[in-house]
Design a protein around this ligand. Structure first.
Ligand code: NAP
Length: 497
């Protein structure tokens, strides 16, 4: 699809015109305070754009507009087939602008351009299109009651929904939220992460071009602590959908309880086990174990950050993973050959250094990495890092690093592997590598996680739900199950005797 070189992408980046204003009631506008914040490119530390810094007063304006649009029925009461047309048109527009969106995303996040082009933007397009296409194929129910009565089970949109998303997969997670929430007729206020507002703002203009009525989608960039909190505490928001860290997810639950019990669906952190049995295809498992942690600079909620290896093969296997890690050295995100880019910012870089220090102090043995990489001046790059000699009760095995740091933990047998895997506050994902079919099923059935991958990692599709057990969240993104998060079930009982 693209044979653009590093120089071509750099040229395009230099020519980009970047929109930094909020999108409220169908227009790009400055924050009411006039305040802006600088949006930084993590690849080189340079400013990309000034971004509107919205606050509670902008939230009021956006909520009032979203409520008005919702009540008017201009979107919420449109036949599903009509909403479908708009959303599919929107997906088509994203596709027309796919290279531009991929470039914005890569500049904003430090992600490799090949990923933002072939994964993030492609996934967002597919998600919107699939949700648009699905919504006029979902039927309500008539309950199997006796004669003389009719029990209708129907769905209503929640109303006005706020979507708060993180910086690690901005386009993809935004589409996971906007696809089903808009398809089911809600008005939505999107708050992108402060680090990565660019594609969210661009999507809003394309939505208008596709015919989405004004007020149905508002995009407010601004700080989580003031703007996010004001949205989440607001009495006139009916639902909130969130992807981000577990501590902030807990705050949103609290805000909901303190305000109007707005429906709250959370996709949170993880410390996912990737379990390798001695009978697995070890070469394939090792390559995928490296990808499982180093993909997206390790800034992936489902990263396979705990490598559980049968003790008889642990040294041999970790050596293979370390060999595979050499293929994940960081490079310039705009180089199409780069597989690992820059960490998002100095704070995340410091977090990675902190955890490398923690692991070392806890007595873990460094196998490779453990230091910054020099790629582009001003950028935050870190080498793929592996520790062995780790026990599951160490801090490095329990806390999410959200960076390219893998810890290898030995296990004795199947039961031990399951016990270690489940010994975590998180329950987002798990990999299982074995050529024993019975074992694969037995272990998969015991694992406490929303996604289990047997002889693969990161498997998934828009047709399959995604979400967490335990402190990795509730609710589900993707698939028709996502519609449950954005609709209320209504029972209407009619006497027809
Ligand atoms: P974060 O700090 O929780 O931020 C996520 C979003 O919440 C941002 O938009 C942030 O705004 C906002 N926010 C922060 N404080 C808030 C508050 N008090 N009230 C309302 N909103 C607030 O998470 P992150 O560092 O961006 O992302 C990394 C985390 O996300 C990791 O834990 C990762 O595992 C998780 N994640 C989970 C999934 C999943 O599907 N389960 C997917 C991707 C990432 P600001 O940017 O302005 O702070």
């Amino acid at each position: 699809m693209s044979d653009l070189t590093l120089a071509d992408w750099q040229q395009r980046a230099a020519e980009l015109s970047i929109e930094g204003r909020a999108f409220i009631n169908g227009e790009y506008v400055n924050a009411l305070s006039g305040k802006t914040t600088a949006d930084i490119n993590p690849a080189n530390g340079q400013k990309l754009a000034d971004i509107a810094c919205c606050g509670p007063e902008d939230a009021e304006l956006a909520i009032a507009g979203a409520r008005k649009a919702y009540q008017s029925g201009v979107w919420s009461k449109l036949p599903p087939a009509e909403r479908k047309k708009v959303i599919v048109r929107w997906a088509n527009l994203l596709e027309e602008h796919q290279q531009e969106l991929a470039l914005l995303e890569s500049l904003d996040c430090g992600k490799p351009i090949s990923d933002t082009l072939y994964v993030d933007s492609a996934s967002a397009i597919n998600t919107l299109r699939w949700n648009g296409e699905a919504v006029d194929k979902v039927y309500d129910e008539i309950a199997p009651t006796g004669p003389g009565e009719l029990g209708l089970v129907t769905r209503m949109p929640l109303g006005v929904v706020v979507a708060i998303v993180p910086w690690n997969f901005p386009l993809a997670t935004t589409a996971w939220k906007l696809g089903p929430s808009l398809a089911t007729g809600n008005s939505v206020i999107l708050k992108p992460a402060s680090n990565t507002p660019l594609t969210a703002l661009r999507l809003a203009g394309l939505a208008k071009e596709a015919g989405l009525p004004d007020g149905v989608l508002q995009v407010l960039p601004g700080p989580g602590g003031s703007l996010g909190e004001a949205l989440s505490l607001h009495m006139d928001i009916d639902g909130q959908t969130f992807t981000g860290s577990t501590p902030v997810g807990k705050m949103l639950m609290e805000y909901s309880a303190k305000s109007n019990l707005k429906r709250t669906f959370l996709e949170l952190g993880g410390k996912s086990p990737n379990i390798v049995f001695a009978d697995a295809d070890l070469d394939k498992a090792a390559k995928m174990a490296a990808l499982a942690i180093f993909y997206n600079q390790g800034e992936t909620c489902t990263a396979g950050s705990r490598l559980l290896v049968e003790e008889s093969i642990i040294d041999e296997f970790v050596a293979k993973v370390a060999e595979a890690a050499k293929g994940h050295m960081p490079g310039n995100p705009l180089d199409p050959n780069t597989v690992m880019g820059a960490l998002i910012d100095k704070k995340q870089f410091d977090t990675v250094e902190y955890y490398v220090d923690v692991a070392t102090k806890e007595g873990a043995e460094l196998v490779c990495g453990g230091k910054p990489a020099q790629v582009v001046e001003g950028g935050y790059y870190y080498e793929p890092t592996i520790f062995k000699g780790v026990r599951n009760n160490m801090q490095i095995a329990q806390e999410e690093v959200f960076g390219p740091v893998l810890v290898a933990i030995p296990f004795k047998d199947e039961a031990d592997a399951v016990a270690i895997a489940n010994d975590s506050i998180y329950g987002l994902a798990c990999g299982i590598w074995t050529n024993n079919l019975g074992r694969a099923h037995r272990v998969a059935a015991e694992i406490e996680a929303g996604s289990v991958w047997v002889n693969n990692y990161f498997g998934g599709d828009i047709t399959v739900p995604f979400g967490g057990f335990k402190q990795s969240g509730n609710g589900r993104d993707k698939s028709l199950h996502a519609f449950d998060d954005y609709t209320e079930l209504k029972s209407t009982w009619i006497d027809i005797s």
